[in-house]
Write a protein that binds this ligand. Structure first.
Ligand code: APR
Length: 232
């Protein structure tokens, strides 16, 4: 691919599926019979904090059993070697991109291994369970919650993402169903700004029609192939 300098890559649950983390909307995309929309909301946290904390404690603990796969590794190699601008924006709250070595990374939906104080706004690394009632080290209030962007909350770093999308020559979406905005709209922002658009996914997605090209297959094969094309 020639004449490409600036790249934005959006990743979703599909890039971590082959590492053993369940996607949200697949056949195994339920948790104890709950839709994610029912446990990942501010209302659910207020109504049933135990349930919400347990959901995230289990997912945080699961990170110990999984490792980056060839798709994460290929993106880390691209990040290390790409001479132009590059930004990986992930909707995932796992830490597999950073464990693979990607540095130019934004977690737009937050991170499992971080706790957020709802009272004072402090965010701190967190690897252990986070039961309701734990006190914030800064303000002393018992308002610590998972540092996750719930449905109905504003994703992180939207300004920086928007600026990168408007400068992008290439926008690539990997392993996301295109069901959740604002990430589902990034392809249109990038396209209006003149970027080429490419989707890599196991199956056609809700957003496929907005992409110039869709490649169908597992991320562990398609992402290393794309990175080889970009780095020739
Ligand atoms: N390789 C590539 N794509 C895959 C693979 C794979 N090995 N396995 C699954 N996929 C695809 C699925 O076909 C599906 O289209 O990944 C997509 C995953 O879609 P979702 O489960 O909806 O996950 P995602 O798009 O990341 O969800 C967006 O929704 O629940 C919220 O905040 C949560 O960040 C999440 C957001």
């Amino acid at each position: 691919m020639d004449e490409i300098e600036n790249i934005v890559i959006l990743t979703g649950a599909g890039i971590s599926a082959e590492s053993g983390l369940a996607t949200f909307r697949g056949p195994d995309g339920l948790w104890e019979g709950h839709h994610v929309e029912d446990v990942c909301t501010p209302e659910a946290l207020a109504r049933n904090a135990d349930l919400v904390h347990r959901f995230y404690d289990e997912r945080r603990a699961k990170l110990r059993d999984v490792a980056p796969n060839p798709a994460h590794q290929a993106l880390a190699a691209l990040d290390a070697q790409w001479p132009g601008e590059l930004l990986v924006v992930t909707q995932n709250v796992d830490d597999l991109h950073e464990r693979a070595g990607t540095k130019r990374l934004i977690h737009m939906h937050g991170e499992l291994r971080s706790a957020l104080c709802a009272a004072c706004g402090m965010a701190a690394p967190w690897i252990d369970p986070l039961p309701p009632g734990v006190r914030c080290r800064r303000c002393g209030q018992s308002s610590l919650r998972p540092d996750i962007v719930f449905f109905g909350e504003m994703p992180y770093h939207m300004e920086a993402i928007d600026e990168a999308l408007r400068r992008a020559d290439l926008f690539v979406s990997i392993g996301t169903s295109g069901a959740v905005y604002p990430a589902a709209g990034f392809v249109q922002t990038a396209r209006h700004a003149g970027a080429r658009t490419l989707e890599l996914n196991l199956e056609p997605s809700a957003g496929s029609l907005y992409f110039e090209q869709s490649r169908i297959g597992p991320a562990s094969r398609l992402v290393p192939e794309l990175v080889r094309e970009l780095l020739v």
